[in-house]
Design a protein around this ligand. Structure first.
Ligand SMILES: [Zn+2]
Length: 251
């Protein structure tokens, strides 16, 4: 009896050891599999992240390539027929005119780079013997609205639209445009005005509303209004004797 019991015990012990071995064995067999699974999951998620970054990049590219949405204004347009709400950049240049508008609070003041360039231009003018004071720089949309409405009351909408921008459409809202020298239609014929016309590009500026280009710019000749573009662009525009609209291919 004792012997049998012992043998039974031995069998049970043997079975127990076998089960234990199988358990431990399978643990070690499965572990690396689990680990490798974990890694494949990791690399999948890394791939996913990379893919997502790629997709966002493509979407961003698409956004810059897709032309801005156009809105149609139905009544008395005076050149404001189509509105493209901005800010809109073409060739990296911010464009604001009767078609392209700016959102409210786009800028809060004069652009630092533009203002520094303006100071250099003023110094250059001084050296040539001309005083070129800054008469008007950055304007908020609210200020532009007040100004425009005042002109409409004084001259009527049709005339006001030839020399004053509606709120959201003034280059002065960009912080990149300045009225300098003298706000006088004959300023371009004075020595100072002539100097400005011939040298503004050397400092990165263009005369934004040139003579004889009213139908393209939408504004009368403004020999005092300069727009900062940087020397490279300004020089090209000056040499080609064209408007910003023509340069950007939207004339
Ligand atoms: Zn101006």
């Amino acid at each position: 009896m004792k012997k049998r019991r012992n043998r039974r015990k031995k069998i049970i012990l043997l079975l127990f050891i076998i089960v234990l071995c199988l358990g431990v064995g399978s643990y070690f067999v499965l572990m690396p599999a689990q680990v490798s699974l974990d890694f494949s999951f990791m690399s999948e998620s890394v791939k996913d992240v990379a893919k997502k970054i790629e997709e966002t990049k493509k979407e961003e590219e698409k956004e810059t390539l897709t032309p801005p949405q156009e809105e149609t204004i139905t009544s008395d347009d005076n050149g404001y027929g189509k509105e493209i709400t901005g800010p809109t950049y073409i060739k990296g240049i911010l464009i604001v005119n009767k078609t392209y508008s700016l959102p409210n609070h786009f800028a809060t003041g004069n652009d630092e780079t533009a203002y520094t360039a303006l100071q250099r231009l003023q110094a250059g003018a001084n050296q040539a013997g001309y005083s070129m004071p800054l008469l008007s720089g950055f304007r908020s949309q609210q200020t532009q609205e007040t100004l425009y409405n005042r002109y409409v009351v004084r001259d009527g909408k049709d005339l006001a639209d030839t020399y004053s921008a509606r709120p959201g459409h003034s280059e002065h809202e960009t912080g990149l445009a300045f009225d300098i020298g003298s706000i006088d239609n004959n300023y371009g014929e004075t020595n100072a005005g002539r100097w400005l016309k011939e040298h503004a590009h050397e400092y990165g500026f263009i005369i934004r509303y040139p003579k004889g280009k009213e139908d393209i710019t939408g504004y009368q000749y403004e020999p005092w209004h300069v727009r900062y573009l940087g020397v490279e662009h300004a020089k090209k525009i000056y040499e080609k004797n064209i408007t910003l609209e023509e340069y950007l291919g939207i004339a």
